[in-house]
Design a protein around this ligand. Structure first.
Ligand SMILES: [Zn+2]
Length: 270
């Protein structure tokens, strides 16, 4: 599933091709995505893409007046192709640009979406209640302490709540908690402030590093061959059940927490 680093990598990949370009045509071949592609998308020809940005895992293309809101869902990706290039199976939508290129939205499982927002996209119902960006200044230990206070639920659940902080998916939550030495099930309200500070730094490090690695495969990501194969080599606990902990040599364990696999080292995380 595309996580925040892939979405950021996608954004960085499309920005040079998209921003400042005029949309010359729109083709929608499959309207039934997570939500139907609205007719306003078909009417974008002639608009200039003034800016492209990201909020959580939503990509926002400013086509003033209004914005395109795009989410990659479970299996979505964007590719920059020559406008006349052949369509692949599961290519659902294309924006042709005055550069002679087109941006295609590809999504086999169709949990992604392409929506239009007439006003400020940050006020859109899908976006307005999102917590701060994990790599932004709004996500800091004091903030997290305020949110965690009195909460009995596990710290991992809190980290993965998009109203608390956006884009910390399961892999990143496991990795950050390992780096910070905090047990995933520890009650959020019972993690000391100094440890929350370590945790916030760990979240930023894990996501930042992943984005850097995503950046190195950017060319591939935008070509036909697709998936960014970043990050896997450097995972410390995620997907390593039964293998030795890279820090203490103990055994990495897994349990299921709120329906998701949690990996941790009992020796290193308390
Ligand atoms: Zn360990």
């Amino acid at each position: 599933m595309p996580e925040l680093p892939e979405v950021e990598t996608t954004l960085r990949g499309v920005v040079p091709h998209l921003v400042g370009r005029r949309i010359t045509g729109v083709e929608v071949r499959q309207r039934r995505l997570r939500w139907p592609v609205p007719k306003q998308i078909d009417a974008l020809a002639g608009r200039v893409v003034a800016d492209a940005s990201r909020r959580g895992k939503y990509l926002l293309f400013d086509v003033a007046p209004g914005a395109v809101i795009l989410h990659l869902g479970m299996s979505g990706s964007l590719r920059v192709v020559a406008a006349g290039a052949g369509w692949r199976k599961h290519d659902h939508l294309a924006l042709s640009l005055d550069s002679g290129r087109a941006i295609r939205f590809h999504d086999p499982r169709r949990f992604g979406c392409v929506l239009f927002c007439a006003g400020d996209p940050l006020a859109h119902r899908l976006i307005r209640d999102l917590g701060p960006e994990p790599l932004g200044d709004g996500f800091h230990a004091g903030y997290l302490a305020g949110v965690a206070a009195g909460r009995r639920g596990g710290i991992k659940q809190l980290l993965m709540d998009s109203r608390v902080v956006v884009g910390v998916g399961n892999i990143y939550a496991c990795e950050a908690l390992f780096l910070a030495g905090i047990h995933p099930r520890r009650a959020a309200g019972r993690v000391a402030g100094s440890r929350l500070e370590t945790l916030v730094a760990a979240v930023k490090e894990v996501l930042g590093r992943s984005i850097e690695m995503g950046g190195t495969t950017l060319r591939d990501f935008l070509r036909e061959d697709g998936e960014p194969g970043y990050f896997k080599q450097s995972l410390l606990v995620y997907g390593r059940e039964g293998e030795p902990c890279k820090r203490c040599g103990g055994v990495v364990r897994r349990f299921v927490q709120v329906g998701r696999s949690t990996f941790y080292c009992p020796g290193c995380q308390r």
